[in-house]
Write a protein that binds this ligand. Structure first.
Ligand code: ATP
Ligand code: MG
Length: 415
């Protein structure tokens, strides 16, 4: 993974006397106190995070937590008070005005919540206007606009006006406009918040699909936890200007830093975040040879407290599975009691999208891309995991998705 963007110790204080607010921040004051004592607004406090090329990084937080301020700092529509914003290895806060204009032109585009379309321009002109204003050739503008409209599925709509379009379509135009300049990074500030739930769901799915094709780096803002979980490779939870936790959706849901973070996932189906690999890691996989004695295999299962064993030759070829009850019915070897292993989950699959593969009294095999079976799991395991009775080996999860520690300022304020 190539690091695209790194933000270090970023602060934004609105007002004439940021120094005073910065002093109070150092003393651990919260934004309300700072506002009361100084009249300054500490909107972003000590935000640090990294975004890899091609990932969707979401910043999630309640209204007023500082999301829009932060995302506007990233292209310097708002001037940060302090910090570093390192884009492709260069701190853009050191850029001159003209360098910054070039960066905005080539590297970063923004998609807004309220679409920000010009009502008297056609869809096509709305998409190509930015390019044409900065002096790109007519040929280039037209090609870029045509391609971008095709990417968002609006090819036939070029000559229509924004008022002819539904909210969802307007936002596709907004996205096409951002895509037309072929930026490395897309900043999306609550792009779907104004849309009806069904349209929103559809656009979320399309964004994920589009992202797989175009592989832009996307910084996505939302106040909707479900949306954040659904879209993100990594997500940051913001509260009162501070980052509380940064991690994968799995980290945030299964290893919340505190009750504030935990409460966001209280109402959701956590199976929608659970990966098959996490489930496989959480339970021991008993492996027995087909030639082993049935009684020995039964003893191994009893010792592990597991209902099923994987039947595997000494050279590692998987032949099937045996259940504890199958073994009690035979006096012979494991192969006498063996069943076919038909139900499978890929290790990166989301368990909640595959509930129908879990049948009563049958295990599901978790299979890696190179066809290794890493686990044999059951519906009971899923329920047990989601009910919190079994937690995965946290080290394993951490290796797969490193957790970014909360900022020192946050830890100080929330001991
Ligand atoms: N130009 C400004 N001058 C002073 N304070 C501001 C300014 N813009 C935002 N704020 C304040 O900064 C804080 C963070 O606002 P911001 O708009 O970044 O939050 P947000 O998370 O995007 O909220 P929302 O979900 O409502 O969009 C709020 O307290 C807000 O009132
Ligand atoms: Mg906002």
């Amino acid at each position: 993974m190539t690091e695209k963007l790194k933000v270090e110790g970023l602060y934004k204080v609105y007002g004439e006397r940021p120094e005073e607010a910065m002093r109070l921040i150092r003393e651990g004051a919260d934004p309300d106190t700072i506002r009361e004592q100084t009249g300054q607004v500490a909107a972003v406090i000590d935000a640090s995070f990294k975004v890899d090329e091609g990932e969707i990084f979401t910043i999630m937080g309640l209204s007023g937590s500082g999301k829009s301020t932060l995302v506007r700092c990233l292209n310097r529509l708002i001037e940060p008070t302090r910090g570093k914003i390192i884009l492709d290895g260069q701190d853009i806060l050191q850029h001159s005005k003209s360098e910054m204009r070039a960066t905005r032109r080539r590297k970063i585009s923004m998609v807004f919540q309220n679409f920000a379309l010009l009502p008297h321009k056609t869809v096509f002109d709305n998409v190509q206007l930015g390019l044409s204003l900065r002096g790109e050739s007519r040929e280039h503008c037209e090609k870029a606009a045509t391609d971008a409209l095709a990417q968002v599925g609006l090819s036939g709509w070029s000559d229509r006006y924004p008022d002819d379009l539904s909210g969802g379509m307007k936002q596709r135009v907004g996205l096409a406009r951002a895509l037309a300049s072929d930026p490395d990074i897309l900043l999306m500030d609550e792009p779907f918040s104004a849309l009806d739930p069904l349209i929103r769901d559809e656009l979320q799915r399309e964004l994920l699909k589009l992202q797989r094709e175009i592989k832009k780096t996307i910084i996505f803002i939302t106040h909707d936890f479900q949306e954040a979980v659904k879209l993100s490779d990594h997500l940051a939870v913001m509260r009162d200007g501070r980052f509380v936790q940064v991690g994968t959706p799995q980290d945030i849901v299964f290893r919340p830093f505190d009750t504030y973070v935990k409460n966001f996932s209280r109402e959701m189906d956590r199976g929608r975040v659970l990966t098959a690999a996490m489930l496989a890691d959480a339970f021991e996989t008993v492996r027995v040879a087909p030639t082993a004695r049935a009684a020995d295999a039964a003893a191994a299962l009893d010792a592990a407290g597991r209902p099923f064993a994987l039947v595997e030759t000494p050279s590692g070829a998987v032949q099937g599975y045996v259940g504890r009850s199958d073994l009690s019915r035979t006096g012979g070897t494991v192969s006498d009691a063996m069943n076919d292993l038909s139900a499978k989950l890929a290790s990166d699959e989301i368990v909640g999208n595959a509930y129908d593969r879990f049948q009563p009294n049958r295990p599901v095999a978790v299979v890696t891309p190179d066809q290794r079976v890493t686990g044999l799991v059951t519906a009971d395991d899923v329920l047990g995991f989601l009910a919190g009775k079994t937690m995965p080996d946290l080290r394993l999860v951490a290796e797969r998705a490193p957790v970014h520690a909360p900022t020192p300022a946050y830890q100080e304020a929330n001991p």
